[in-house]
Write a protein that binds this ligand. Sequence first.
Ligand SMILES: [Zn+2]
Ligand SMILES: [Zn+2]
Length: 257
Amino acid sequence: MIANYHTHTWRCHHASGQEREYVEQAIRSGLKILGFSDHAPVPFRNYESTVRMLPSQLEDYVSTLSALKEEYRHDIEIHIGLEAEYYPDLFDEQMEMFSAYPIEYLLLGQHFIGNEVGAPYCGHPTDREDILRSYCSQCIRAMKTGKYLYLAHPDLIYYTGDPSVYRQAMTSLCITAKELDIPLEINLLGIQIHRHYPNAEFWKIAGAVGNRVILGSDAHAPQDVTRAAALEKAKDYIDRNHLTLIEVLPIPGREDL
Ligand SMILES: [Zn+2]
Ligand SMILES: [Zn+2]
């Protein structure tokens, strides 16, 4: 692994360690590029999410990472990103909030549908077709905004219903990603801790569509910046489905975000 763009920090309440420890572990593991992408703040009204940083923490997040980026510039290329949801009602305001900071990229990580509040978590098993379809259409709308570098764990949605419905919905999602040249992430966290994703059926579909893929460690602790133990299994998904792996992505300039 040369690059990992999917790294969390303590601000999301479910990650540990200091940012510096992630950087030093990345250097020791031979990474050339380390992108931080903690769960993005959302400008909710009358609601406080417990799985992401608050808008008031964005300043500290960016300044901490900017200092490390400068300090370690001869050792590793550090990028400042966020893993963001696409919530239609809050999107414009969220982008406005990000524009005040030197954030270099966004990963799309759609963990909830709707606008999160009162909506189901996508990783809970469900046979409801409307939830599957909402997930796919929301990801498709998000990708079409042109704001996201790649789609993290596209197979997070845990649909247990009719396989032909899954195939049809996910084929649309994969086709949109391919048309827009947005890579799909094989999530190494999912492999390592045996989550319901990566979903073998999903990667078969992505292979048939011809998507480009990237590996993301989804590190929530410094020792997980590369997740070497999960690489073999990830390679197996890639080889079996003839997927094209991209290792390094161009990071858009601030003005493009
Ligand atoms: Zn995620
Ligand atoms: Zn993540």
